[in-house]
Every structure is written in C-alpha cells, then in structure tokens.
Design a protein around this ligand. Sequence first.
Ligand code: PRP
Length: 176
Amino acid sequence: MSEQTYNQIKVLISEKEIDDKITAMAREINETYKDTLPVIVCVLKGSFIFCSNLVKKLNLPLLEIEFLAVSSYGNEIVTSGKVNLTMPLTGSIEGKDVLLVEDIVDTGITSKFLINYIKEHNPKSIKFASLLCKPEKLQDHINIDYLGFNIEDKFVIGYGLDYHGKYRTLPYIGYF
Ligand code: PRP
C-alpha cells in the first residue's frame, strides 16, 4: 500500500462509534441469552474483529465459539454471486442456540446461504448479528436481529473488512 493510497482513506464510522454500538448490542444479547448457553458462529474472515470485540462485552462466560469461512468476493469489489464454503463448521451446533456473527450484509447472498447452512445443522434457535448492512444493495429480505449500522453503497474497509486482502486491521470503517 503506498502512503498516498493510505492517506486517501476517509472515515465512515469511527472506532468510538463502533465501540459504543457494540456495547449497546452486547447489552441486548446478554439479556436474550441470560438463561441459555449460546454458541457464537463467527464468519471468517471479515467478522473476526467485530466478533472478538462483541464477545468480550458479553457477560456469558460459558458461551461457546465456532468458526466457519466463506468467500464470494475474492479480489473483486462486486460479488461473484456464488458463495464458497472455504471452511465448514467443525463443532456441533445441533440443539443449540446459535448467534451467527457477520461483518456486513451487502447483497445478502452470503447471509442467506449461511442461515440455510446453519439450519441444516438443526440448531435449537438461530439469531443473526451484523455490524453493517447496505439496504440499497439487498437482493432479498434478511432478518438481522442485531444490527450495528445501515450504510450507503460504498465499498468499505477496516474493522475486519478488506480490499485485496488488505486494510482489515484499520480500527475504523473507512472508504476510498
Ligand atoms: C464479505 C463479507 C460477507 C459478505 C457479504 O465476505 O465478509 O461475508 O462478503 O456480502 P454479500 O451480502 O454481498 O454476500 P468475502 O466474500 O469478501 O470474504 P471475507 O470475509 O473473507 O473477506
């Protein structure tokens, strides 16, 4: 990354705004799961930072965490429309209360795929959290139980989201 490119990044959502939103979201999730033992399903790679910061704010020390990975953008800025499950779930979620955690719902193709995939594993319940959503791009209705921010149709980076595999570690959501 050249210094010039780096300097062109604008902040869409600051680190503080994200942190405040995650705190509020965690409060709701704590309430929902206070009498159960949820299993968090973290969707790699994009949601690793959001998911980490969310689970640290949950007052649910007995929860479990599972990971899976999907990819549909590769190095492009538009979806291929085909979701590749690059790493399936390894642990069992059968009969469990699942909270699926995503970084962004853009077209919604990935979320739709993942919700069907989770359902095939017979959980007791499924809820969905996403840091970001682009309502203008959604191809279908997706029920997001815990949503951070609706954003306009910009290609965003940071806080786990990448451009060509880079910029994931920016502490804010930015755009060029
Ligand atoms: C991104 C993002 C979501 C998905 C959303 O994943 O992390 O999973 O795209 O887009 P959609 O709503 O249009 O389907 P990507 O394929 O870029 O993989 P990555 O998380 O490893 O970067």
